[in-house]
Design a binder for this molecule. Sequence first.
Ligand SMILES: [Zn+2]
Length: 257
Amino acid sequence: MAELSDVITFLGTAGARFVVTRQFLASGGAWLSLGDTQILLDPGPGSLVQATKRKLDPTKLEAIILSHRHLDHSGDINIMVEAMTDGGTKKRGMVFVPADALNQEPVIFSYLQSYPQNIQVLTEGGSYMINDVSLKTPIRHKHPVETYGFIFRTPRHTFSWIIDTKYFEDLASHYEGDLLVINVVRLNPGAPIDHLSLPEAKNIIEELRPRVAILTHFGMTMWRAKPWELATRLTEETGISVTAARDGMKFDLAQLE
Ligand SMILES: [Zn+2]
């Protein structure tokens, strides 16, 4: 039997409106292949195209997780629910979303809501299981809509993904793991302040001290400043290995050992 691995594939690295709508970088979220469990995180615009292009089969998905309802995270969620359920012919898979993604203006069409095995509502301090993978949503982020970041724990690794948020004092203390993935939209702090900037990401990395940190979800100012150069600089400044995600990049968590 082949040894099980945990691999993250970045379907896209674009964040916020301009980089997404102009597709300077791809969008579409991330595909987490955690042992035998396939999970799709934040299927933004292009998720279906990027996944199939990389030979990732949506009918194998166990779960689709949505951190928040903003379009750059949720744009392809309907088609991915349809793809996971093989066009609605197989009742399978789980969907995890904040409550406000299902409210008055649901981001998942009502006729699709019966396709998956179940839809679970994410809450602050929540803990969920997807096969042998545990998922935690330790704290509600400061963002215009209900938003959560995640701690994933597999039988082999623990990693955190800090999704969009305004920076706040004890943000880092809620997360843990050998790997930290962090959405860094802005190069410098300032308006719109509901996203993390590079200096804030640096503070979080220094506080959390993971073995590896991966920056992603780049807005215009980050993209223009060449994220891979910024990552090299952060590595020098923090002594922690910092990488900038690239569209299609695969990160095997075995690299952490
Ligand atoms: Zn957002």
